[in-house]
Design a protein around this ligand. Structure first.
Ligand code: NAG
Ligand code: NAG
Ligand code: NAG
Ligand code: NAG
Ligand code: NAG
Ligand code: NAG
Ligand code: NAG
Ligand code: NAG
Ligand code: NAG
Ligand code: NAG
Length: 781
């Protein structure tokens, strides 16, 4: 890490944001304050491989455009629809324009759409298959509504800050898990069949649904606090060293670009003190050079803060408008020689090539069809929902629930005579009533059950079933009595209750970080019920880790489920699990600590302070040590470890076998050409690890078998590098195989600026969580 002179940095920053405050009190130069290195010029798209045909078509169309027409493609315009943004049409050339809409968990803010499980829920399911099918069915809904660009999925934030307000929109704190699930999601959304075959190459077969997506929010967008400038406080700077950005933050973006992602959204905050959408190192350097990205970069809404500088840094489209920076100014900049026209042509090429790449020139619905700006206005009804989505919505909801405690034979429930239900979050919030402008928050139940989180990643399904509604229906079928009190904080329990179910929320919404990771109201409600009921089941709908120490040792708290953010099928999914129609199969995609302080310095967002009161600095000094990597390093015992989750059955692991792929090239440095995603040979297969997993219990269930690797030369004991989820009948066993690529077994070399395959002894651990690893073995390279 290079420590630059703080005085110089502060002076530069002050100039940048137009204030001269706070330059004097600078004393200590030893601390790391990043500055982003310049990377110019912006690489032009070159086509090649799977982008070649679209590139050639785009050249023909863009070749006919005037400078003004090209410039018009580079910024959004206002339209009479609920599209979050619109790229204008060029009627003369029959380009119909494009509609960009929120978001990664379902189309938001309009009628006749579904609400899918949120990112965190997909992460907790550890199911590549569900991630893919969720992407496919969700992409289909966007297409039916004439949305050209789906504003999702999210792999930034990467969950650095435990209280981060938007972590739940993404999958996991682990970059490898996020990378696998985002690749499946992107492939699904874009209608590409993905087969991760034994060759570990991604084979693409074009299906019928073709819609690109915007990967959000590139890069280092780890906190909501000070994400945007406000008054005399600049937006926060994520100061990330080169090794950490490669091994943690860029990793899942790389998987998504490789899977074919057409667009990337640059983020609000700064990276090394340069805005996400003005940062030539992250845009021109990492994304367009190192990852060979061929699509377009769009700004987060309002994240553009400069004109010519952002064009040169690699921004291609400004949203929701040119904000006074581009438009006529861009034309002037070309005419007066401060920006080469080739850069504007490249912006237009990247937009138009993406449009062709996903066949949107053929039979694509009119942009934003059936999505008027006010749904209460008379309008054409376009039902986006596809019956094929039903099983994906339900199974997706089921598989993201994680059972972490189940004692005294509590679950599944066995024909209870009476169930008692507590906690306001069992039921639909009173304002769950889709009307034009409440749609934005409709499924965000700060005061009711949480189907999803809040903000632009919220869902607004046409119909959603709460836990209470589904439990009541089940009780009706079974003749079970139901007692409920959703209001009192110290309710009385009906003594003949066979089980008591207490619901709690741990909510989050875009715009602010989470207030806390536990709350006294819910903890005391749980304890007060448990004092009176010897089978108390706790259900949390949680948008991130939620601590349980306040009640977990109470002998009457006999079951706990983290229900995450299940989407519209929340109630039916929970009933299916509680009554044993299905066995829980989710695993935590994060660590649940015993105490807040166990998370170390990344519990809370960085704040403006001291001499940096005007320029908040988030120094990512912990490097790659987030979550289990940090707990392992510090020897901290978590309450529930990363990867943990119970089932109604049991599984046994045996017979580990580690195989080096005959003939694999183990030269330390990759030598392949750069295509979308980076050097081609990073995905070469180097080894496989196989184990037998057997269902040793009495009911059917799925198990997430996990592979962790200790890489020689990497400072961590182990890192996730494989998972598979076989579904097994009682006594059935299956051999699962984990495929390891060159990148999986490499560490980033800052010196060579390449991934380096290590020489030495690799350690492999396989089991049911990051701390339950019955099998191990080694391989020498
Ligand atoms: C940020 O600064 C660090 C330290 O100088 C450097 O390693 C890294 O490459 C920089 N990254 C970006 C994106 O500017
Ligand atoms: C560019 O966009 C503006 C504003 O939408 C419009 O008035 C103008 O006609 C467009 N120019 C061309 C050449 O399409
Ligand atoms: C050229 O035009 C741009 C955009 O209006 C402006 O920012 C820049 O200062 C101009 N440069 C010269 C040399 O006039
Ligand atoms: C939740 O309830 C509190 C207190 O009644 C209220 O201030 C808040 O606005 C409510 N939140 C939502 C999202 O309705
Ligand atoms: C557990 O619940 C029973 C009622 O079923 C109650 O009598 C008992 O006191 C509770 N135990 C504790 C430790 O609160
Ligand atoms: C729970 O309490 C009920 C009566 O309230 C009693 O019949 C049952 O045996 C108790 N169960 C346990 C596990 O303590
Ligand atoms: C728990 O964490 C809080 C907040 O970081 C800290 O103040 C407290 O000392 C910690 N308690 C224990 C027992 O470690
Ligand atoms: C920022 O502005 C506020 C109000 O204008 C002022 O009270 C405060 O002192 C300023 N803070 C800094 C660090 O400049
Ligand atoms: C153990 O694994 C090897 C290699 O995968 C396989 O050939 C063998 O049949 C397995 N043995 C058992 C008992 O499953
Ligand atoms: C590897 O597995 C063996 C049992 O097969 C066990 O004795 C040993 O402790 C394990 N090693 C590690 C590092 O987990």
């Amino acid at each position: 890490m290079v420590a630059i002179k703080r005085a110089a940095l502060l002076a530069g920053l002050a100039q940048l944001i137009g204030t001269s405050a706070a330059q004097d009190a600078i004393t200590d130069d030893s601390h790391f304050y990043g500055q982003s290195p310049p990377v110019y010029p912006s690489p032009e798209m070159v086509g090649g491989n799977e982008w070649e045909a679209a590139f050639q078509k785009a050249k023909l169309l863009v070749g006919q455009m005037t400078l003004e027409e090209k410039v018009n493609l580079t910024a959004g315009v206002t339209k009479d629809s609920t599209c979050s943004g619109n790229i204008p049409a060029i009627e003369r050339l029959r380009f119909p324009g494009m509609c960009l809409s929120d978001a990664g968990n379902g189309l938001r803010n309009t009628d006749f759409v579904s609400g899918f499980p949120s990112g965190i829920h997909v992460g907790a399911s550890w199911s590549k298959d569900l991630a893919f099918r969720r992407g496919t069915t969700m992409g289909g809904e966007f297409k039916t509504k004439g949305v050209n660009v789906l504003l999702g999925p999210v792999v930034g934030p990467a969950w650095r800050i435990v209280r981060g307000g938007r972590n739940w929109e993404g999958f996991s704190v682990d970059p490898w898990l996020s990378g696998q699930l985002v690749a499946q999601t992107v492939s699904g959304i874009q209608g590409q069949g993905v087969i991760t075959s034994t060759k570990v190459s991604i084979l693409r077969a074009t299906l019928s649904i073709l819609i690109p997506n915007v990967l959000q929010h590139y890069i280092g967008n780890e906190q909501e606090t000070n994400r945007n400038p406000e008054g005399n406080i600049s937006s926060v700077s994520s100061n990330i060293d080169d090794k950490t950005i490669h091994e943690v933050y860029l990793w899942p973006f790389q998987d998504a670009v490789r899977a074919g992602s057409g667009n990337i959204m640059c983020s609000y905050q700064r990276v090394n003190n340069s805005y996400g959408c003005s940062n030539s190192k992250t845009l021109n350097g990492l994304l367009k050079s190192e990852l060979g990205f061929q699509g377009f970069v769009v700004s987060d809404w309002g994240a553009q803060h400069a004109g010519v500088a952002t064009a040169k840094a690699g921004l291609d489209v400004a949203m929701p408008s040119n904000g006074g920076f581009w438009g006529d100014h861009l034309i002037e900049a070309v005419k007066n020689g401060s920006l080469p026209e080739s850069r504007v042509t490249d912006m237009a090429m990247r937009v138009i090539a993406s449009w062709y790449q996903f066949n949107q020139d053929q039979d694509f619905p009119k942009p934003g069809i059936g999505m008027p700006s006010n749904v209460l206005d008379p309008h054409e009804i376009v039902d986006g929902r596809d019956p094929a989505a039903a099983p994906v919505l339900l199974n997706g909801a089921i598989e993201g629930h994680v059972l972490v405690k189940n004692t005294k034979d509590t679950l599944p429930l066995k024909s209870p005579r009476m169930l008692s239900l507590f906690g306001y979050s069992a039921k639909t919030p009173d304002d769950f009533n889709p009307s034009a402008n409440s749609l934005f928050m409709a499924a965000f139940g700060e005061n009711g059950t949480m189907f999803g989180g809040g903000g632009s990643g919220a869902i607004t399904p046409a119909l959603a079933i709460s836990p209470f509604e589904a439990l009541k229906m089940r009780a009706y079928q079974d003749g079970t009595a139901v007692f409920n009190d959703f209001i009192s904080d110290r309710p009385s329990v009906e003594p003949s209750s066979d089980a008591c179910i207490v619901f709690g929320n741990a909510w989050a919404s875009e715009g602010s970080d989470r207030p806390a990771i536990r709350d006294d109201y819910s903890d005391s409600l749980i304890k007060s019920v448990a004092d009176q009921c010897n089978k108390t089941v706790v259900i949390f709908h949680n948008a991130g880790p939620r601590l349980v120490e306040g009640f977990i040792d109470h002998p009457n708290v006999t079951a706990v489920i983290f229900a995450h953010l299940p989407g519209q099928e929340s109630g039916p999914a929970l009933v299916s699990l509680l009554f044993g129609d299905t066995s829980p199969s989710g695993k935590l995609p994060y660590t649940v600590a015993k105490n807040e302080s166990d998370y170390g310095d990344v519990l809370d967002p960085a704040q403006p302070k001291g001499e940096f009161a005007n320029f908040p600095q988030a120094d990512f000094n912990e490097g790659i040590y987030l979550d289990y990597r940090y707990f392992d390093k510090k020897g901290i015992e978590p309450r529930y470890e990363f990867g943990f989750g119970l089932s109604y059955t049991t599984f046994a692991y045996s017979n580990i076998s580690i195989n080096y792929i005959e003939g694999a090239n183990t030269y330390p440095w990759p030598g392949g050409p750069i295509v979308s995603g980076g050097q081609t040979d990073l995905w070469d297969a180097i080894a496989t690890v196989s184990v037998n997993v057997k269902n040793t219990g009495s009911v059917a269930g799925a198990e997430v078998a996990q592979l962790y690797v200790g890489i020689p030369g990497a400072p961590t004991k182990q890192q996730l590098r494989g998972f598979e989820k076989p579904f097994l009948q009682p006594s059935q066993s299956e051999t699962v195989t984990f495929h390891l690529t060159r990148r999986d077994l490499s560490v980033w070399s800052v010196e060579r600026q390449k991934w380096q395959l290590q020489q030495g002894t690799y350690k492999f651990y396989v089991g049911s969580s990051s701390r339950r690893l019955p099998l191990n073995g080694t391989m020498h390279l």
